[in-house]
Design a protein around this ligand. Structure first.
Ligand code: GLC
Ligand code: CA
Length: 557
């Protein structure tokens, strides 16, 4: 029986920054040579896909989200051949590769922009970007990076006009009303599709088109162009994921998930609510948030990150209610003082004050909820961050592989490293690294691996229907994941206090129940089935008998 429709349904996505992952040629900068050698580790860990932050030529003023050539590889990372070798190896290991593609803007150093600023006003070349003689156009579009910019317009001396930029001033917005721009972007997709990539994380999708009188987000023209992208991807005949980054609340993000548009979108609202739930020890808002996402787009099309390369985005009050933001900043007190633009600029482990129980609980929820769990490199170890580095660099420091020099990331002398490895107390790379944690059975790394192995044996978790079960306990969340031949019951305690409760399993009265993570038999299902969860505890139970075929099926096959 074929259960899986597309490779990405329920896939576990591992996000990494190639420059910070592994240095193969000893120049202090991570590269494809180094990354290729780490594929066996990723296979061992048990993830399904890697998402690489942008790998294209770039002056790196915004971590590579400022591209100067869409059809090449940044020379520090390698070249098209080393990328090809990496992709081939990844596929041999059964790992899919997702590229991060920035559609909305380029770097000011992109030849298109340089040509535009010298071209005559009103010419087709100039109109590759969005220009104005004054700063009064699109006044209602909010400034996104408000820590760094106070306007969406930047004066260009050569052009004698202002250009529009939703992000940093060196990232001019492309003018998607210009058909030439649309053709170029579709051509870029063809280029990478022909090279065999398995998916694209489409950066900042809501902002492609502009119009007077609104926030310039999610305009009908933007949706129409995303549909063109979908058509282009479909025409390559392979199963390629289009995963959109829309920071908006879930009902808005859902508009990109129409059948003929993107396959998946990030659920950033869930991210914020998960943190709020453990900060406050309460299930209510999390229930509502899960319900809203499933009502909007049922199934497994939501990508679910805890952390990523950006700040923990808490919005400007429209993403989550102010009281939740307040709860997070006071509850997770380490977050205080690390506010960047709209959220907290810290990695997962320090955000949780190093509390491993809360860390495991949040990840266990990702591994059990419907969607694509996203794991940010280093968080599988509980890696720390480096507060005080520029912009979002605190969260982008080198991966810790061993206790050796530079954490095994690079053999280069320290001053040449892309960013410093973590040496802060409690998170020092000599202790928090892959080699050490592999050898400690109780480490966070081995925990992730075990959870992923277990998840693989329970296809109901990656592909199943989702149903929240009513309970009376305020800190516990209980839900079911079911496919035709398997029922998995999940319970998670969001608070630091232990919790005991009854769950109504009368629907399966008398059925066998087995806890699968800790491997123990429970009493048969009944109408007041008793469970106990310790502080931040969680469990997965199989209810009833399970066809052997399901237990053997793998989530990548
Ligand atoms: C996205 C990226 C972020 C980048 C921005 C501009 O939000 O995740 O890192 O700075 O787009 O491209
Ligand atoms: Ca290198």
């Amino acid at each position: 029986m074929v259960l899986k429709k597309s490779w990405w349904e329920g896939a576990v996505i591992y996000q990494l920054i190639p420059r910070s992952y592994s240095d193969g040629n000893g120049d202090g900068i991570g590269d494809f040579q180094g990354l290729t050698k780490r594929l066996s580790y990723l296979r061992w860990l048990g993830i399904d896909a890697v998402w690489l932050t942008p790998v294209f030529p770039s002056p790196l003023e915004d971590g590579g989200y400022d591209i100067t050539d869409f059809k090449n590889i940044h020379s520090e990372l390698g070249d098209l051949s080393s990328f090809h070798r990496f992709l081939q190896s990844a596929h041999k290991f059964g790992i899919k590769v997702i590229l991060d593609l920035v559609l909305n803007h380029t770097s000011t150093l992109h030849p298109w922009f340089q040509r535009a600023r010298w071209a005559p006003k009103g010419s087709l070349e100039r109109d590759v970007y969005v220009w104005s003689d004054d700063t009064n156009r699109y006044k209602a579009a909010p400034v996104l990076f408000r820590k760094f910019e106070d306007s969406n317009w930047q004066w260009d001396e050569v052009a004698g006009q202002y250009y529009f930029h939703r992000f940093l001033h060196h990232q001019p917005d492309l003018n998607f009303e210009n058909p030439w721009v649309q053709e170029q972007i579709l051509d870029v997709l063809d280029f990478w599709l022909a090279r065999g990539v398995d998916g694209f994380r489409l950066d900042a999708v809501p902002f492609l088109f502009e119009a007077e009188g609104g926030r310039c987000e999610g305009l009908p023209e933007t949706h129409a162009f995303l549909q063109k992208i979908r058509d282009r991807v479909e025409s390559c005949g392979r199963d390629v994921l289009l995963l959109g980054e829309a920071i908006q609340p879930v009902n808005e993000a859902a508009t990109y998930l129409k059948e003929d548009e993107l396959h998946g979108a990030f659920n950033f609202s869930l991210t914020a609510h998960l943190f709020a739930a453990v900060a406050g020890g309460s299930n209510k808002d999390l229930y509502n948030c899960l319900k809203a996402a499933q009502d909007a787009v049922p199934g497994c099309r939501w990508a679910m990150p805890l952390r990523n390369h950006d700040e923990l985005w808490l919005g400007d009050g429209h993403l989550v209610p102010e009281k939740i933001i307040q709860m997070i900043t006071t509850g997770l007190h380490q977050g205080h003082g690390h506010w960047l633009n709209w959220g907290i600029n810290r990695r997962l482990a320090p955000l949780l004050n190093g509390d491993l129980r809360a860390n495991r609980l949040l990840n266990a929820l990702l591994y059990s909820l419907p969607g694509m769990p996203c794991l940010y490199y280093g968080d599988e170890l509980g890696m720390g961050d480096w507060p005080g580095l520029r912009d979002r660099d605190p969260n982008r420091t080198p991966m810790a592989w061993t206790s050796d020099r530079n954490g095994g990331f690079s053999s280069a002398p320290d001053p040449l490293l892309v960013l410093p490895p973590i040496t802060s107390p409690g998170y020092d790379y000599r202790v928090v690294n892959v080699e050490v944690q592999k050898q400690l059975p109780g480490s966070l790394l081995n925990w992730h691996r075990r959870m992923l192995t277990c998840r693989r044996s329970l296809p109901a978790l990656s592909q199943g229907d989702f149903e929240i079960l009513p309970i009376s306990h305020p800190s516990v969340i209980v839900f079911l994941r079911t496919i035709e031949t398997m029922k998995v019951l999940v319970a998670a305690n969001l608070s630091a206090a232990g919790a005991s409760l009854y769950v109504d399993l009368s629907r399966w009265d008398g059925a066998r129940t087995r806890e699968v993570l800790w491997g123990c038999e429970y009493p048969p299902a009944n109408s007041s089935w008793f469970i106990y969860l310790p502080s931040y505890g969680f469990s997965w139970w199989l209810i009833g008998e399970v066809e052997e075929a399901n237990l053997n099926s793998s989530s990548t096959s």
